[in-house]
Write a protein that binds this ligand. Structure first.
Ligand code: OGA
Ligand code: NI
Length: 364
């Protein structure tokens, strides 16, 4: 049973600064006369085509089999793989995740249909001032920062009683149902993953993800960029402000890259897997043993890309800190309120792992 809610989750809806509204990118791409050098200037990043990208290494991202974790004969070996994945990669793919195929297929289908709607219909669910849910963009805080080549729909999805249905599309008419189902199936899956992550650390689940009752969804549409795909980014480099994030590749077009030893490693979508990554809050709780890894999204010249990320985190009034049993050596992170961290994270532009500096104890 879910513990009774105090209602503070609804404070999520209001952050200190709301993002500055910017041009819809899908519509910009469709209006070719607007694609002038001046417009493109807001998106072009001069230096990124010099970044080192390691193609060919994506196959190495560890694959974890949930069925093996649930089988007493294979759990020990699979836990060792999971521990290695969390320590060394911060990212892993999970097969046999238990989500019914039809639930995933319906969610993918409805996300694609939503983004295909005319702009006006999508804007029925546009972000309102002071709020971060809805259709629009996030993390835009100044008029001169570089913009991401993407539009998104953000929804607060769990606990269900805190959903703001005005942001949940009515079209396609199956959307609310399919995304609601996906959300609750995914919540069950996230509990398994949190339990097994706790086991890799030999700590009590209740001390770790045991209180991850909050889930938010972000569906992102990355339009193609024919003129200069190598000069724009769909998502600026960042780590996630969550405990864990679970990504669903909606249409199997490549784009996600993760940073490993200062080079970018492309992630090849595994059609059968969900992709899980360590978020900042898990890094804090493990005192840096498991690191939230920086990642970004690149853009394709001809193909659109769609994805849905699900961020799982403790209730907003929760207080987190490095778990004493895990600490080896110095305590590196402060005690933070989840709400405080979420607000800080959402009120700034994305800048690698900079948000996490707020929680770091500076060396004396
Ligand atoms: C995110 C994210 C990656 C993607 O939503 O935080 O990193 O592939 N998304 O869309
Ligand atoms: Ni991310």
């Amino acid at each position: 049973m879910e513990s009774p809610l105090t209602g503070s989750e609804s404070r999520w809806l209001h952050v200190t600064k709301s993002p500055i509204p910017v041009r819809n990118v899908q519509d910009l791409v469709a209006s070719s006369d607007e694609l002038t050098a001046e417009t493109m200037e807001r998106y072009i990043r001069q230096d990124i085509d010099r970044d080192v990208v390691l193609a060919g290494h994506s196959a190495e991202i560890p694959v974890i089999d949930l069925a093996k974790l649930l089988n007493p004969d294979s759990v020990a070996a699979e836990l060792a793989k999971l521990r290695f994945a969390c320590e060394d990669w911060g990212f892993f793919q999970v097969i046999n995740h238990g989500l019914p195929n039809e639930v995933i297929a319906a969610a993918k289908h409805d996300i694609e249909d939503f983004f295909r709607l005319p702009l006006d219909a999508k804007n029925d669910h546009a972000q309102r001032p002071g709020e971060i849910q809805g259709y629009g963009q996030a993390f835009v805080v100044s008029d001169d920062q570089k913009l991401d080549w993407a539009d998104m729909l953000s929804l607060f999805s769990q606990p269900p009683q805190h959903r703001d249905m005005s942001y949940w599309p009515k079209q396609p008419h199956t959307f609310r149902n399919s995304i609601g189902e996906y959300s609750s199936e995914l919540l069950k899956f996230s509990r398994y993953i949190e339990t097994f992550i706790a086991k890799t650390l030999n700590v009590d689940y209740e001390l770790m993800g045991g209180n991850c009752a909050v889930q938010t969804l972000r569906m992102t549409y990355y339009p193609p960029c024919m003129s200069m795909p190598n000069k724009v980014l769909g998502f600026s480099p960042h780590s996630d402000g969550s405990f864990i994030t679970i990504l669903l590749e909606v249409n199997s077009v490549q784009g996600l890259q993760i940073r490993k030893h200062d080079v970018w490693v492309p992630v090849k979508p595994h059609p059968e897997a969900l992709l899980v990554n360590v978020g900042d809050l898990l890094e804090i709780m493990t005192n840096g043993k498991y690191k939230s890894v920086e990642h970004r999204v690149t853009i394709n010249a001809h193909k659109e890309r769609l994805s849905m990320s699900a961020f799982h985190l403790p209730k907003f009034e929760a207080i987190i800190s490095p778990i004493p049993d895990i600490i080896e050596g110095k305590v590196l992170y402060k005690t933070v309120r989840v709400e405080e961290y979420a607000k800080l994270y959402l009120s700034n532009k994305l800048d690698g792992k900079k948000a996490l500096d707020f929680a770091k104890i500076s060396p004396t």
